[in-house]
Design a protein around this ligand. Structure first.
Ligand SMILES: NC(=O)c1ccc[n+]([C@@H]2O[C@H](COP(=O)([O-])OP(=O)(O)OC[C@H]3O[C@@H](n4cnc5c(N)ncnc54)[C@H](OP(=O)(O)O)[C@@H]3O)[C@@H](O)[C@H]2O)c1
Length: 318
């Protein structure tokens, strides 16, 4: 298959390109930065320099590549964590999820592509009521914290327009919280500095995903699965109070501090309190059933111990 990957130099792209090439796909890979072109070529792809927010340039690049499938992996999240100003931290990513998706969908349709795969996220967007683990049939949060409203609206946009696109089969992959090479160094840095305390009872439930498993699910979605939305997460949604001390120990840091909710709200804002005490995890049953995908890292327990810098589980470690 000829595959166009938009946003190919990021954390997912670096894992995705070699996996696509290994499956025999012919890959065109986009970046905005000419200095990254050599790296994309090393990973086995034909690089193209284009800004995902420039509709005309995207149209030209995709038309020239003539892809059978287009993959949207454009985000802009390398700038650090600012939970208090969540929508501001996500502002460019939100544009990439709205305008960026629309430009790429239009370009893919015009070029005659048959399949379109877009990145979304699962975790905090889930409704914060009822049981601890949600499926794709559960609603998204009708009342997110004020600082997350625009980011949720951008996610809702991708999830509405991609599966509904008439000209192609549109699939949205809701990745869980990434860890792994290129995906968790900043987060682990905070833990080492003891700047990630457990707030309140730590009852927020997180679903994790090793970055190479995100890539494998994306490759699977090129060939399997009806149009729609799929949670791509590991098998073990877990409470903060369980996974954070484990991760802290796995990286050899001091145990996390514990602070009460009022202090967490004062220090880090409502989004941080929600993430630590209220959010829900996600089920991967649909992705396993319909994409024919299985995580190589089925649990963050094994992943935090051996998968923070390795792509593949060592033989016998699974
Ligand atoms: N599910 C999750 O937990 C999740 C999801 C995404 C990211 N993250 C985290 O966020 C951090 C940063 O992610 P990252 O390393 O993938 O980097 P990133 O800065 O989020 O960039 C990802 C890709 O998007 C591209 N991009 C950004 N703005 C663009 C634009 N205007 N037009 C076209 N392409 C654009 C970048 O292209 P250029 O080559 O042009 O810079 C890059 O290839 C990592 O720690 C990652 O784990 C987590």
């Amino acid at each position: 298959m000829r595959v166009f990957v938009a946003g190919a130099a990021g954390a997912v792209g670096q894992q995705l390109l070699p996996q696509l090439v290994a499956q025999g796909h012919q890959v065109t890979a986009s970046t905005r930065n000419p200095a990254k072109a050599a790296r994309l070529r090393e990973l086995g792809a034909e690089p193209v320099v284009v800004d995902g927010l420039d509709a005309a340039a995207v149209g030209e690049a995709v038309a020239r590549a003539g892809p059978d499938a287009v993959v949207h992996q454009m985000t802009s999240l390398a700038g650090g964590l600012d939970m208090r100003h969540f929508d501001r931290m996500f502002a460019v990513t939100n544009r990439l999820r709205t305008q960026g998706t629309d430009h790429l969908l239009a370009a893919a349709a015009a070029a005659g592509a048959r399949r379109f795969i877009a990145q979304s996220y699962t975790g905090w967007p889930n409704v914060r009521a009822g049981g601890p683990v949600k499926t794709e049939d559960d609603p998204l949060d009708p009342h997110p914290p004020a600082a997350q409203r625009q980011s949720l609206a951008a996610i809702e946009h991708v999830e509405r327009v991609v599966p509904a696109v008439a000209a192609m089969q549109g699939i949205v992959l809701r990745y869980g919280s990434f860890y792994g090479p290129g995906a968790s160094e900043a987060f682990v840095g905070l833990i080492r500095k003891r700047r990630l305390p457990i707030i309140g009872d730590g009852a927020g439930v997180w679903s994790f995903l090793q970055i190479s498993d995100a890539a494998a699910a994306t490759v699977a979605a090129l060939e399997h699965g009806r149009p729609g939305i799929y949670n791509v997460v590991d098998d073990e949604p877990a409470r903060v109070a369980e996974w954070l001390p484990f991760l802290t120990q796995a990286v050899g840091a001091k145990p996390p501090r514990r602070i009460p909710v009022w202090l967490g709200r004062l220090a880090a804002g409502e989004v941080a309190v929600s993430a630590m005490t209220q959010i829900r995890g996600s089920s991967n049953a649909r992705a396993k059933r319909e994409l024919g995908w299985q995580p190589a890292w089925p649990s963050w327990r094994q992943g935090f111990s051996h998968g923070l810098s390795a792509a593949e589980p060592a033989r016998g470690a699974a």
